[in-house]
Design a protein around this ligand. Sequence first.
Ligand SMILES: *[C@@H]1O[C@H](CO)[C@@H](O)[C@H](O)[C@H]1NC(C)=O
Ligand SMILES: *[C@@H]1O[C@H](CO)[C@@H](O)[C@H](O)[C@H]1NC(C)=O
Ligand SMILES: *[C@@H]1O[C@H](CO)[C@@H](O)[C@H](O)[C@H]1NC(C)=O
Ligand SMILES: *[C@@H]1O[C@H](CO)[C@@H](O)[C@H](O)[C@H]1NC(C)=O
Ligand SMILES: *[C@@H]1O[C@H](CO)[C@@H](O)[C@H](O)[C@H]1NC(C)=O
Ligand SMILES: *[C@@H]1O[C@H](CO)[C@@H](O)[C@H](O)[C@H]1NC(C)=O
Ligand SMILES: *[C@@H]1O[C@H](CO)[C@@H](O)[C@H](O)[C@H]1NC(C)=O
Ligand SMILES: *[C@@H]1O[C@H](CO)[C@@H](O)[C@H](O)[C@H]1NC(C)=O
Length: 901
Amino acid sequence: MNSTIIFGVLLFTMAIGWLEASIGLSTRTITEKQGRNVVLSCQFERLTDRDRVMWSKNGIVLSVNQEISGDKQKYEIIGKYDLIIKNIVGNDDGHYLCQNFDQRLSMTIILTVLTRPTKPELYQTNETLVEDNLAVFICSTQGGNPSPTYTWLINQIPINGSYFTVSSNTSELRLPLEKRFHNEQLICQVNNKALENPLSTSRTLNIQYKPEINLRHGQTLVTNLNLLVIENDRLTLDCQIQSNPSIIEPIAWLKNGVSMTGINSPSLTLQTIKRSDEGEYTCMTSNSIGRGQASVHIRVQYAPIIRLTGGGVISENKRLVLTCIVDAYPSIDSYEWYKNDEKLNISSLTSSYIIDKISKYDTGIYKCLAKNSLKYSNGSSIEKFDKTQTRVTVEYTPIVTSLTPILALDLFTLNIKLQCDIDSYPESTIIWTYNDRQIFNSNKYSIIKNKTSSYLIIQQLQSNFDYGFYSCNASNKLGKNSTTIQLRSKDIPETPTNVNITSLTYSSISLKWQPGFDGGWPQSYWVSLNNSLWKETNESQYTFINLKHSQTYNIIIRAQNRLGQSQNSASIQAQTKDVPITKEDLPQIEYSTIYYSEKILDYRLNNSSFISLKVPLCLRINIYNHSSICERIVTSSGVIKLDEQYLLNILNVSMCVDQYEDYCGQTRSVETKRELAFNWIFILIASIIIVFFLILLGLCIFCIIQNHKRRRNKNHDIITSSLKKPSPQHPIVIESTHSPHKLFSYSEQQLQSSFSKIAEIQKIDQFKDKQTNRLIVTTTTSTGTNGNFSSSTSGSSDPIISNPNSSSLSGSDQLTVTDFYPISTVTTNPNDLPLPSAQNDLLWSQSQYGSYGFPFYTTTNNMHEIISNKNHTKEDSAESGYSTPSKMNHQSKKTVYEVVV
Ligand SMILES: *[C@@H]1O[C@H](CO)[C@@H](O)[C@H](O)[C@H]1NC(C)=O
Ligand SMILES: *[C@@H]1O[C@H](CO)[C@@H](O)[C@H](O)[C@H]1NC(C)=O
Ligand SMILES: *[C@@H]1O[C@H](CO)[C@@H](O)[C@H](O)[C@H]1NC(C)=O
Ligand SMILES: *[C@@H]1O[C@H](CO)[C@@H](O)[C@H](O)[C@H]1NC(C)=O
Ligand SMILES: *[C@@H]1O[C@H](CO)[C@@H](O)[C@H](O)[C@H]1NC(C)=O
Ligand SMILES: *[C@@H]1O[C@H](CO)[C@@H](O)[C@H](O)[C@H]1NC(C)=O
Ligand SMILES: *[C@@H]1O[C@H](CO)[C@@H](O)[C@H](O)[C@H]1NC(C)=O
Ligand SMILES: *[C@@H]1O[C@H](CO)[C@@H](O)[C@H](O)[C@H]1NC(C)=O
């Protein structure tokens, strides 16, 4: 032991000696984490292999050359001079000196070892943690170079450094406890440079707090103090409780601070919300820490309930105030007012309806309607309303009127009824007076009264004294009114008054007037123009027409009844309108064309300044046998639609002033146009039909000839006798006196059957004739009025029998079908044989030849002729050979008409 000390002391003194003697070259610092190996390098410039090197730590020799004198585990010399310190720990800190004895050089290396602190320990000083208190936590650790830093975290969030203090090896956290820290992790972290990651310790906080309560309405948390609900809805309030420690008291519900007994469940349900349910609802409970509660004010929304004040009976001219008194939540959005179910036009914000001066017309039923809108919790809203009505009855002074203020009657008239109408509320008492003396019911007078009228009935007008003024007086509590009826003898009418011109045109003056009293007899009026032209009318108005333009006329009116005429009314003047254009300046018609197929008239005016003419114009179309029509035109060219009936009869056109059709420019004839294509098609069809019928006719005639030949050859007599027999069908007998305008009358059936075959041909002929504007086919007979049979056969009354040469059938080779029909345009021929009415009976029957369409007629005494007019159909028949029986058939035809009665 001693030797060691001595050796040490010796070394020490040596070292001191060396130290004193050597030259310090440099000082280095090495910092290294605990556990590593460090190499302390002894490096001199002039160091040679022979030099001796000694390492010492804090004056204690560690080695000399390669010789380790200290802990051989710990130290090692490499490369002769460098010292390795293995697995350094905290106390390896120190000053290490490397000395070269020979050269007396030394070098100092200061080694600092970074050491890790221990894992921190976390203490909680308080036994229980209660919210709102301060809790002290201590975190301590040991060791560590450099000294560790402390960090406190709650739920990974660092706590502000102002809450904790740090001393050498502990940190004290003074944490104000909050409920939100409950179940969170409190972490204490220590760290220094020796650590890769901080060291931490955590602890779960268990913080006690008083119950925290939230109210829920359905799915939503009640955050507002007010909760709007709707009357009659269902409401459920849920009380949600958080508490640590758990509650010790049952849940209590309070309404307006008063406990609702019997409700301890966390959910409060109002099945149907009533208005009385409004109020503040509180859910309350407590635990060992304290008491918790939550409140909500429930506001009940409800539809309006209204009441109407101010109705009833009210006197005229008083002020009416109707007020709608409303109970509603939320408040009313709009009001509506109705009178007798008709909406009144007043602001929707007024809850009062005011009439400053009420009149009898304001009587009625008044209704107030108020609306509000209730909001559901989901945001939608519903409109609600209430209405109520009240009757307003206005009292007013009577108003007495009479429909007949003057009554003109003859003496001794019986049962004269004077009527006055009374409008009053309340009902009036009625007094009739005659010359200011009251009339009572007697055998002369009787007074009848019903709801609105009063009647004075005078038995008889006995003398002139009964003429005079009768008064009907009505009075009620508000006042009185009366009217007077004058009873007088009949007289001439009164003069009409208030004569007024009602309209003026270029050529007419319309006026009306107020009739005066008619004097007891029906009156008419005489209206005069310039005191010369007197016109009578029964109306109280008149229109003079066909006047000249811009002329001034004086008009006088007087009334007339059977007793005479009234005075003339004051004369008034009227001037017809001025035509601002001369006839010469009227636009001229450039062309006017009728298109038959389209039934239009196309026109064009040559005056391009037509538009600038301020005068309304019309195009007058003169129609034969018809008054002209004047079509208002607004463009200088255009078309006018025409009635079919006028188409063929239009004569000419002219430009006139509208509504003054006598003021016209030059007339102009009208061109006519038919469409060619139309005609061609028609002619083609017609030709085909005609050819078809000709073939048919030919065939039939051929057959008949054959038939007849055969029969005649067999027995000619039989045919004659059979033809003499009366027709199996009864002929219709028509006397010409019965129908002078229509000589032939056939039963419809016969007519159809006999004419049907030729109907087509007839049509074609009609058409053909139309083209030449001549209508020769018609089924009505002559226009003769003398009852004569106006045969159109020239000079012959019986062409078939007595004068075959002039007969249309025998005398002509060419027969048209139309030959067998009456002609409309025939003129009465005085040479025609007049048929005595007795003998005039025409027998018409359908023979077997009727099937050809050839009816024939017989008279009782004489076979008469079939109407034919060669004169008229000459040209037609010449060109209508195709519809005529051929010459070959002539022979057979003749035999047909030989039938004689
Ligand atoms: C915890 O302890 C500290 C001091 O020891 C004290 O001031 C504090 O009030 C305590 N807190 C509780 C909740 O007991
Ligand atoms: C820490 O708290 C102090 C005082 O309470 C405050 O002044 C400071 O701003 C806070 N620091 C942080 C980082 O919140
Ligand atoms: C903290 O360090 C001090 C000296 O500074 C010492 O007395 C104490 O024991 C240490 N505490 C712990 C817990 O190590
Ligand atoms: C309602 O009255 C206002 C003025 O008071 C008026 O402008 C409006 O035209 C009236 N409406 C109807 C429908 O009468
Ligand atoms: C809101 O709720 C009411 C009744 O609770 C329902 O009638 C209505 O349709 C709902 N509206 C919407 C938009 O959901
Ligand atoms: C009143 O009576 C008269 C006859 O007496 C009758 O013609 C008239 O219609 C009645 N009026 C009413 C409103 O009843
Ligand atoms: C009766 O009433 C009408 C209408 O109010 C009035 O014009 C007339 O002057 C009144 N007659 C009398 C006699 O009061
Ligand atoms: C009719 O003419 C008369 C005078 O003749 C005049 O007093 C009255 O006001 C006119 N009425 C109208 C509706 O023009």
